[in-house]
Design a protein around this ligand. Structure first.
Ligand code: ADP
Length: 265
């Protein structure tokens, strides 16, 4: 005989099972919808420059065949469109490679200060071109994390490049690497710009694939809309944390924290 209390418990268990099952189903459906959405977005992003390329090829074969000046101009535009497709495909490949390794923890010990320093140097010409001064504050001793060198270079590249691209009106970008945390030692990499910043409603969605505050502006700057999604995936694989803060009109700050590797000296 099952008493009223036991019956309630039994019912609750059955119900919990049903609820869990439904939840699994909806999350599977959501995942499937996200995947379909991603394929649709990627196809659209690739189709746009391709359509433009085809249009120019037809013009060059037809009306502009004998116009040397138009030919030069069109070829320049076509080159730009082909470069955009290449960037997009490179970013898509990076993303899928990182996703395939998502369950593997990186095992190399790398110096994040050296990585940041190398990237500041690499991006200095671009910054100079845009009238931006990169100010780097880096520790003079190695700051170690367990990581994949190329992936961490990519994180620093995407964040500093975005700060230069979107924050150029601020004229300055600060890059910093510091060690924090007494009980759990952490290494913090941050990039601050003084440009227009990002309105709060966009902040939670910035790391979604193809999410851009202003699509035309991002395209003008050569963006694919995948940079921050790549950053987020790499940071997750490194058991790190990405934080984005912005005061519109005052700039944006991107902060990445990783657990520090090795004994602290
Ligand atoms: P994109 O290739 O468009 O730069 P990202 O994924 O790197 O793609 O960034 C997504 C969007 O976030 C950008 O299109 C831009 O709107 C916004 N964004 C990123 N970094 C900054 C920044 N430092 N200041 C203002 N907006 C930014």
């Amino acid at each position: 005989h099952i008493g009223p209390l036991q019956a309630d418990v039994a019912d609750a268990e059955v119900n919990a099972g049903v609820v869990l099952f439904f939840r699994d189903l909806t999350s599977a459906r959501r995942l499937e919808a996200m995947r379909a959405d991603f394929v649709a977005n990627a196809s659209h992003e690739l189709r746009t420059p391709l359509a433009s390329l085809l249009g120019f090829v037809e013009t060059l074969q037809g009306p502009a065949r004998d116009d040397a000046k138009a030919r030069e101009r069109f070829l320049d535009i076509m080159k730009g469109q082909a470069q955009r497709m290449k960037r997009l495909i490179d970013d898509l490949l990076s993303l899928s490679r990182i996703e395939m390794r998502a369950h593997l923890s990186p095992t190399q010990t790398v110096d994040l200060a050296a990585i940041a320093s190398q990237m500041v140097e690499t991006l200095s010409p671009l910054a100079k071109e845009r009238g931006v001064a990169i100010q780097a504050t880096l520790p003079d001793r190695p700051v170690l994390v367990l990581g994949d060198r190329d992936e961490l270079l990519r994180v620093t590249e995407n964040l500093i490049e975005n700060a230069v691209k979107y924050g150029e009106s601020g004229g300055r970008v600060d890059v910093e690497v510091v060690r924090t945390g007494e009980t759990v030692p952490q290494v913090v990499f941050s990039v601050q710009d003084y440009g227009p910043g990002i309105a709060p409603e966009h902040l939670p969605r910035l790391t979604e694939r193809f999410y851009r505050v202003d699509v035309a502006h991002s395209r003008d700057k050569g963006g694919t809309g995948l940079g921050l999604a790549i950053v987020k995936h790499i940071v997750n694989r490194h058991r790190g944390h990405l934080d984005i803060a912005s005061e519109p009109g005052q700039g944006a700050r991107f902060t990445v924290r990783f657990p520090e590797a090795g004994p602290r000296s």
